[in-house]
Design a protein around this ligand. Structure first.
Ligand SMILES: *Cc1c(COP(=O)(O)O)cnc(C)c1O
Length: 411
């Protein structure tokens, strides 16, 4: 929604990625030879769509009339008073259709699939959030949706499996490996390689081989573009700090992108600290100094949690959406360039933050988003009262009620 250009998507030129899909040392295309033509075709179609005002206008129309954009920014008055420091503002992606930011990307990719004449869409899902977003976008656009999901995840996330089926998607059980997200991604990629002529792979975060991390960033950049304008309108200035949780990194990069050139704005990503970054049970790719190292997972070079032999570690987080062994390559680049900083919140801190936001603001955040709130609880009291923090609230907590009840008992 870059107002000057009339283009909906923030296509402001940044130095990354380069033509080969690298963000400094990270990113690229680490895929079998057979996939390269498909990635080239996708990159060309994406470039073409971005340059087409009709595509941008259709996406803008759908985001407005279907997703419910722009999502508002809310001043968290009571939380600000309780913490006694920085003023806290919340970008409300929890109010987007389907309850989280994932629809921004799924809708963009589904529209691109249709434009490319590929009416069969495959997607992978862990907790089911990206599967639901993909099924939603495909139902609305009349595309045929197939979602790969580990059987362990299917058992854990029955309501999302049902939602996808209700919207006409096929959910394909994945029995291999640990029967979770990592294995679902493998099978989705395999399907894509096999059926590439008529099939589009709708990837759920700012991950994977080029052009996916860039494309997902661009589709999510509406978050930051809106939020930046909204903060200027509400407060007359830019926030001092912008904070988001980081799973694969799509909501965070979507927030950060618009503030990239605003040097006065600190960009903070919050990873899943699980039981603690030294416990071995977490998803802190940057936070764990021994297990988190550069490596390759699912097509990109980035920080990956791995043992000394390079085997991918099993991760843990109370929030399924942050529970992944790799982080998007652009975050590895922003961290190395010291343009963004990364920290973590434990399961326990996230749960406490969820409770605080619920009671003080009447907003029940997703457990993922609660990690960003936890960082605000630590940081706001140390900041002056005239400073401003912007949180991206990536999603709502309805999907997490079972986990919350099991963890804290009777509220
Ligand atoms: C999936 C999800 C995330 C994590 O994904 P990113 O790509 O890191 O944004 C965060 N919050 C919610 C609500 C999610 O559903």
């Amino acid at each position: 929604m870059s107002v000057d250009s009339g283009l909906y998507i923030n296509t402001q030129t940044t130095s990354v990625p380069d033509a080969r899909g690298y963000y400094g040392d990270f990113g690229g295309r680490f895929v079998p030879e057979t996939l390269i033509p498909a990635l080239e075709e996708l990159a060309a179609a994406y470039r073409d769509a971005m340059a087409d005002p009709a595509f941008q206008a259709e996406l803008e129309h759908l985001q407005r009339t279907f997703t419910g954009r722009p999502t508002p920014v809310t001043f968290a008055r009571r939380m600000t008073e309780a913490l006694g420091g920085a003023q806290i503002y919340i970008k409300r992606e929890d109010l987007a259709h389907t309850g989280a930011h994932k629809i921004n990307n799924a809708l963009g990719q589904a529209l691109l699939a249709k434009r490319m004449g590929k009416f069969r869409v495959v997607a992978e899902t862990g907790a089911g959030q990206h599967g639901v977003a993909s099924a939603t976008a495909c139902a609305m656009l009349g595309l045929d949706c197939h979602v790969y999901m580990g059987t362990v995840d299917m058992a854990r996330q029955k309501p999302n499996v049902f939602r996808m089926k209700l919207m006409g998607a096929e959910v394909i059980p994945v029995e291999s490996g640990t029967q979770t997200l990592k294995d679902a991604v493998n099978d989705a990629i395999r399907d894509w390689v096999t059926n590439v002529r008529d099939t589009f792979y709708c990837l759920g975060s700012a991950l994977g081989p080029h052009p996916y991390p860039m494309m997902v960033r661009d589709f999510q950049s509406v978050i930051g573009t809106e939020a930046r304008a909204q903060m200027l309108e509400l407060t007359g200035r830019l926030p001092n700090v912008a904070i988001a949780c980081v799973g694969g990194g799509s909501n965070a990069i979507g927030l950060f992108h618009a503030f990239r050139e605003d040097e006065s704005v600190d960009l903070i990503g919050v990873e899943a600290g699980g039981h603690g970054v030294l416990s071995g049970e977490h998803a802190a790719r940057f936070g764990d100094p021994t297990m988190g190292r550069p490596g390759v997972l699912h097509g990109a070079k980035t920080f990956v949690l791995q043992n000394s032999d390079g085997q991918i570690m099993n991760t843990h987080s109370i929030s399924a959406g942050l529970d992944y062994a790799a982080i998007g390559p652009e975050h590895a680049f922003l961290r190395q360039a010291e343009r963004a900083y990364y920290t973590s919140a434990t399961d326990e801190e996230a749960m406490a933050a969820l409770q605080m936001l619920s009671t003080s603001e009447g907003i029940i955040p997703a457990l993922e988003s609660a990690h960003a709130v936890a960082e605000v609880i630590k940081r706001a009291p140390t900041m002056p009262k005239d400073s401003i923090i912007l949180i991206n609230l990536s999603g709502r907590g309805d999907k997490d009620l079972d986990t919350i009840m099991r963890t804290i008992g009777d509220a």
